[in-house]
Design a protein around this ligand. Structure first.
Ligand code: FAD
Length: 129
């Protein structure tokens, strides 16, 4: 048996994005099923998860860390939402969202985001409602 999409648990942490990953994951599953049919080796089915994680594991890991930290309480969730309104964060996440990979921003944007993140974390930043 081989599963894909939500059944395989490949919804991106933090963003909850599962449509793209279900579709691309389906391709990995089809290719693994093909490999199995050609070789008769059930172990070939494992290659679906392996190749999917090779492509998206890093992004899932980072989003998982973000979810673990920012979604751990209502207060942190509010700060996370407020942080997402920031133009630098919007620009960075939009690129990552569209291209499905981590993107480099200009170093000053990273520094600004880091300083603003820290301010949010310490409760210095204002929370918008
Ligand atoms: C409220 C909500 C908002 C979301 N928003 C987003 C978003 O903005 N962007 C995004 O990328 N993802 C979003 N997701 C996640 C996304 O919808 C899922 O990750 C994605 O649809 C998973 O696709 P799938 O094909 O694995 O499963 P599904 O789309 O759930 O498809 C499974 C299908 O199997 C059918 N089925 C179930 N059991 C049987 C059976 N026994 N026999 C025959 N058919 C069966 C179901 O009826 C269903 O049609 C959201 C999810 C929810 C719940």
């Amino acid at each position: 048996m081989i599963v894909a999409g939500d059944a395989a648990g490949i919804v991106a942490p933090a963003s909850g994005e599962g449509i793209y990953y279900a579709m691309t994951g389906g391709r990995h599953v089809a290719s693994a099923a093909h490999k199995f049919l050609m070789t008769g080796q059930p172990a070939a089915l494992k290659s679906a998860r392996r190749s999917f994680m090779r492509e998206h594991g890093r992004v899932f890991w980072i989003l998982g860390m973000m979810q673990y930290f920012w979604y751990s309480s209502d207060k942190r969730r509010e700060r996370f939402v407020a942080m997402c309104a920031d133009p630098d964060v919007q620009k960075l996440t939009w690129q990552a969202y569209m291209n499905k990979k981590l993107v480099r921003a200009d170093p000053m944007a990273h520094l600004r985001i880091f300083l603003k993140d820290t301010a949010h974390l310490l409760g210095i930043g204002a929370v918008r409602h």
